[in-house]
Design a protein around this ligand. Structure first.
Ligand code: GTP
Ligand code: MG
Length: 180
């Protein structure tokens, strides 16, 4: 059985990565957050899958590219966070984040990705229409979820999906070369 799960949150500045982590931990929306949350460890007995879980924040303002690459290579699952009211932050998922993650992870070990659309409290319409084609294009993406750090909507679900993606992946663990 797996020892622990390491969840990394990445995404454009200000999409709400730190707020999501703080909302999960304190069960309320923090008005003020630092750029980067301290790494937190959730003990096995309070996680849905009974596995110690580390949650790791990223902030461009406080970390170098080198530190980011290292965190990417250490992660068991990566949440790419965008803001549902910010188109640019969605575009960057495919133009920046997925290629960067691919470059910094071992080709043989599939690191599941979760697309996280935060700030759902700010819009009426779902971003799923925009995100579904991305999901279909990249088999690494395990699932997507819309949430709000502010309304505490889908926050615990998000971290549960991340944990589950590592412990019970639905996709192939490796892609053997096609034989003829
Ligand atoms: P960097 O650390 O700079 O990369 O940003 P970040 O992704 O950690 O975002 P952060 O948590 O600092 O939030 C950025 C701003 O968005 C803050 O003003 C938050 O209060 C706000 N915010 C975060 N989540 C939500 C949300 O779910 N709804 C709304 N309305 N605002 C949010
Ligand atoms: Mg932050």
């Amino acid at each position: 059985m797996r020892k622990d799960v390491r969840i990394l949150l990445v995404g454009e500045p200000k999409v709400g990565k730190t707020s999501l982590i703080m909302s999960l931990v304190s069960e309320e929306f923090p008005d003020l957050v630092p750029y980067r949350a301290e790494e937190i460890t959730i003990p096995a007995d309070v996680t849905p899958e009974r596995v110690p879980t580390h949650i790791v924040d990223y902030s461009e303002a406080e970390q170098t590219d080198e530190q980011l690459f290292q965190e990417i290579s250490k992660a068991n699952v990566i949440c790419i966070v965008y803001s549902v009211n910010n188109k640019k932050s969605i575009e960057k998922v495919t133009s920046h984040w997925i290629p960067l993650i691919t470059e910094n992870t071992d080709k043989d070990s599939r690191v599941p990705l979760i697309l996280v659309g935060n700030k759902s409290d700010l819009v009426e319409h779902s971003s799923m229409e925009t995100v579904l084609p991305i999901m279909n294009q990249y088999s690494e993406i395990e699932t997507c979820v819309e949430c709000s750090a502010k309304n505490l909507k889908n926050i615990s679900e998000l971290f549960y999906y991340a944990q589950k993606a590592v412990l019970h992946p639905t996709g192939p663990l490796y892609c053997p070369e096609k034989k003829d």
